[in-house]
Write a protein that binds this ligand. Sequence first.
Ligand SMILES: Nc1ncnc2c1ncn2[C@@H]1O[C@H](COP(=O)(O)OP(=O)(O)OP(=O)(O)O)[C@@H](O)[C@H]1O
Ligand SMILES: CC(C)(CO)[C@@H](O)C(=O)[O-]
Ligand code: BAL
Length: 282
Amino acid sequence: MQTIESIAQLRTLRKQWYKEGKTVALVPTMGNLHAGHLTLIAAARETCDIVVSSIFVNPLQFGKNEDLATYPRTIEQDKTALQQHATDVLFLPSVEEMYPRGLDQQTFVEVPEISSILCGASRPGHFRGVATVVNKLFNMVQPDHAFFGQKDYQQLQVIRLMAQDLSLDIEIHGVATQRAEDGLALSSRNGYLNAHERQLAPQIPQMMNQLKAELVGGAKDFTSLREKYTQQLRSAGFAPDYIHIRDAITLAEASPQDQALVILVAAYLGTTRLIDNTTVTL
Ligand SMILES: Nc1ncnc2c1ncn2[C@@H]1O[C@H](COP(=O)(O)OP(=O)(O)OP(=O)(O)O)[C@@H](O)[C@H]1O
Ligand SMILES: CC(C)(CO)[C@@H](O)C(=O)[O-]
Ligand code: BAL
């Protein structure tokens, strides 16, 4: 595996891959890799000749009071994991390489409406930061295929819409959420949880699945279902940010006749913000 820090070096390689007729996959990450990330790498490996993974903790997608400074950075461990999973290139740009004119001067990409609801309402500017950096990574790597986790469901929909709106010739893949044995979705931020919080955390997927069972069983009063499960999370020791039942594609409020739904949950345990989701087909 080659580690590349500069866009210029990456472009040289990209030209060579074009000449050789090789297909290229991109797996963007913020590092601190776990089995969830590695399933994205495996899917990319199955699809393309060349697998590029990027590690970049993107300051543009963090709010002022968020965890940019403390976000786990485990680069040596990550390199070993990527190498073991047959990654060809690790792209590891610095903040200066990514944003040479500084964050305040950066041209940005914003996908309207979907970026300002759900996690976008709680994290203003977050999805603008994500769309901007992902678009830049797409321009740098020029992948044929790009892989994202369904764990970040809204992010995946934002990226799909961005690719459509900007006519990008890149196939966007959504990969199923990988979970711990107790059901908790794997996430780098799980590492912030203390032992007690880690024990409580699987109640998020448990409650989400109970809500899903009620929907599949025919329950239609979404407002009272949301209130009931929000209250349950609160009683269990969480500070719920939201529980929503939405149209699976647009993420607009679901109506009782919709058949493709998604349940989206965000809740704090102490200072750690956890998210999860599950699709529901009626
Ligand atoms: N459990 C998981 N299963 C499948 N894909 C995942 C999982 N966790 C993260 N991913 C995907 O890996 C990619 C990189 O995510 P990222 O580096 O932010 O990891 P993360 O664990 O989601 O971190 P965070 O705790 O910051 O949300 C994203 O496309 C994300 O959706
Ligand atoms: C897609 C991404 C790498 C963009 O910074 C990030 O939001 C993430 O890790 O999910
Ligand atoms: N995995 C999503 C990236 C973020 O929370 O910033």
